[in-house]
Design a protein around this ligand. Structure first.
Ligand SMILES: Cc1cc2nc3c(=O)[nH]c(=O)nc-3n(C[C@H](O)[C@H](O)[C@H](O)COP(=O)(O)O)c2cc1C
Length: 165
């Protein structure tokens, strides 16, 4: 038989946990992105719908507004080995360093390609240690509209959603 003390402990434990999960759900999330040719924008919009999250371009929010969020998903593509998200992370790191930052890189080169590793390593190590990072496929450079449509698929985001869990 459960003693009254154990029962009280259980009640307390459940309340604390409920509080915790409420707090987690109340964390303010935002998606920030840069897209030159539109594929990152499409991914960011799908992700914002899925996660019911606010969505802004890099530079659209003031630092004061940026500070209001607890979790950030930061997305950009790769252009000749450079990811604009790297510049954004460096510029805003004093604000972002206390937050949960999940970075989604987009590019024609697969995640396990050595070129992808090189562009990832352009993010300073100090920042790399504190973020979660993944890369998903974007469009082949200069692909026509039909090919782009085949390449930019919602299902490519499954990897991101899995890692966000
Ligand atoms: C000029 C140019 C250079 C690119 N360089 C790279 C690269 O170094 N690595 C990579 O993975 N993808 C590269 N890509 C592919 C882009 O990252 C891909 O097309 C992406 O979907 C573009 O995103 P956006 O449509 O949001 O601009 C390059 C594309 C272009 C047009």
């Amino acid at each position: 038989m459960t003693s009254p003390l154990e029962k009280a402990k259980e009640l307390l434990y459940n309340q604390i946990n409920e509080g915790n999960s409420k707090e987690l759900n109340n964390m303010k999330k935002v998606i920030l992105y840069k897209s030159i040719f539109g594929s990152t924008k499409q991914y960011a919009q799908w992700l914002a719908e899925e996660l019911q999250t606010e969505l802004y371009k890099f530079g659209q929010l003031s630092d004061a507004k940026l500070k209001e969020f607890d979790q950030m998903i930061i997305m950009s593509a790769t252009y000749a080995g450079w990811m604009p998200l790297t510049g954004f992370l460096k510029k805003k790191w004093s604000i972002l360093q206390d937050k949960e930052v999940f970075v989604v890189a987009i590019g024609g080169a697969p995640a396990d390609d050595p070129a992808s590793k090189l562009s990832y390593e352009k993010i300073p190590e100090e920042i790399r240690k504190k973020i979660k990072y993944t890369k998903i496929l974007g469009a082949t450079p200069f692909a026509n509209a039909e090919k782009r449509e085949q390449e930019i698929k919602k299902e490519n985001l499954e990897k991101v959603l899995d890692e966000l869990k």
